[in-house]
Design a protein around this ligand. Structure first.
Ligand SMILES: [Zn+2]
Length: 78
């Protein structure tokens, strides 16, 4: 079964620091932002200016239920 997060964005390959990278469309422009989960801390982050400045943004806030579900799915897979 594919992750529910794949319904909101395209999955990108992992890099050195981040896993579960997804490209998500901005609501207010035609830009794309990347959300990703830190490999060490499992914290989610976003590439948008709001997150960079405040460590909090509407993307991650609105996706929170899906992120939690994604974490649960991963735990179940072991
Ligand atoms: Zn964001």
């Amino acid at each position: 079964m594919s992750s529910s997060l794949e319904l909101v964005g395209d999955k990108l390959p992992d890099n050195a620091q981040y896993k579960n990278r997804f490209e998500i469309p901005s609501a207010s422009s035609n830009r794309l932002y990347v959300i990703a989960q830190n490999k060490k801390t499992n914290q989610w982050s976003c590439s948008c200016p709001g997150w960079i400045r405040h460590r909090k943004c509407k993307h991650l806030t609105s996706l929170q239920p899906l992120l939690a579900q994604h974490d649960k799915e991963q735990k179940r897979l072991g």
